[in-house]
Ligand binder design. Structure first.
Ligand code: PEP
Ligand code: MN
Length: 340
């Protein structure tokens, strides 16, 4: 249940209203917007007489029941697009960001070369895994702390904010200087991790699980937001289907649907969706056309020798050409790719 407040109500009165509701055993949170502030009630609100609350309050414009199980991430609660500030780069509401970089950080030379090149081509953020979730326990699992350090060196050299994946909450202290914490597909429903990144004051890039529904993705985002962190970016990265010709199947329809249901920015990772570099550009174009707020593109200086996901990685020249084309399409959609 939400209560949309009249414009210009002082914070003190809003807090009194929240306390009154909370004294009846509900949790509330305030969602602030440019036009309206909204008080959202969490809990079983069936016993609340919505009309009575509206009649008895001089600060409420109207009330509404939110039927979906996700509340904080729901567009009903926050009609405007949320803009996420990721290390000085804003994503959402017309500001489009391209995150590029290797699947994993492999060496200082590699990450610096990739960072400089993708920046020159127009990428606005750098990615690179330091802790890699791998299907095989014998595969390369990243450089761990050293990988994070190298990523921060690349940030220093280029000024690009960095995005990297966390595997469990015990690693959080290592992520103090990281700009965006990625919760990967395999951890989308690691609820303890979601709660902890929700208490940590950093933007979170939440990737959709391999076989998770739109509602499950939004409920995972709800875990992060309800723990206090509203800086969440959603990412569609392909789901498991019967099709084996591609690594996953990019679910294009979920992108506009997520944007309708939620106010959070939505980005697309065509690299992990396709698993094939030849499909990255066409799928990225499709993502832009259906309203994505950003892209994540695996890019490597030497894909043939990559320690992870070489087959889906663009090389540096391919990425440069990709950016030339994608920038035109982004501006055709009325959006800007810019570091602010
Ligand atoms: C990644 O982005 O490095 C990654 C492992 O992706 P996903 O979690 O989507 O598989
Ligand atoms: Mn990868």
């Amino acid at each position: 249940m939400i209560f949309v407040l009249k414009p210009g109500v002082p914070l003190e009165k809003i807090e009194q209203f929240q306390q009154m509701i909370e004294s009846r055993g509900f949790k509330t949170f305030l969602s602030t917007g440019t036009e309206h502030n909204v008080v959202c009630l969490i809990g079983n609100t069936a016993a609340i007489d919505l009309d009575l609350v509206v009649q008895n309050s001089d600060i409420v414009e109207y009330g509404k029941r939110v039927t979906e199980p996700y509340k904080a991430v729901n567009r009903t609660v926050h009609p405007e697009d949320t803009m996420v500030n990721a290390g000085g780069v804003t994503i959402g509401e017309g500001l489009f960001q391209v995150i590029a970089g290797p699947c994993s950080v492999e060496s200082e030379e590699q990450i610096i070369e990739v960072a400089k090149s993708v920046k020159a081509s127009g990428a606005t953020m750098l990615r690179g895994g330091a802790f890699k979730p791998r299907t095989s326990p014998y595969a390369f699992m990243g450089l761990h702390e050293e990988g994070l350090r190298l990523l921060l060196t690349a940030k220093k050299e280029t000024g690009l904010p960095v995005v990297t994946e966390i595997m469990n909450q015990t690693q959080l202290p290592l992520f103090e200087d990281i700009d965006v914490i990625q919760v990967g597909a395999r951890n989308m429903q690691n609820f303890d991790l979601l709660k902890e990144v929700g208490r940590f004051n950093k933007p979170v890039l939440l990737k959709r699980g391999l076989a998770n529904t739109l509602e499950e993705l939004l409920m995972s985002a709800e875990y992060i937001m309800s723990a206090g962190n509203s800086q969440v970016i959603l990412c569609e990265r392909g789901i498991r289907t019967f099709e084996t010709a591609t690594r996953n199947t990019l679910d294009l329809s979920v992108i506009p649907l997520l944007k309708q249901k939620s106010h959070l920015p939505v980005i697309v990772d065509p690299s992990h969706a396709a698993g094939l570099r030849g499909l990255v550009a066409p799928l990225a174009r499709a993502a832009v056309a259906v309203g994505a707020d950003g892209l994540m593109i695996e890019t490597h200086n030497d894909p043939a020798r990559a320690l992870c996901d070489g087959a889906q990685s663009l090389d540096l020249v391919q990425f440069r050409d990709f950016m030339k084309d994608i920038k035109r399409r982004i501006s055709f959609e009325g959006k800007r790719v810019a570091a602010n």
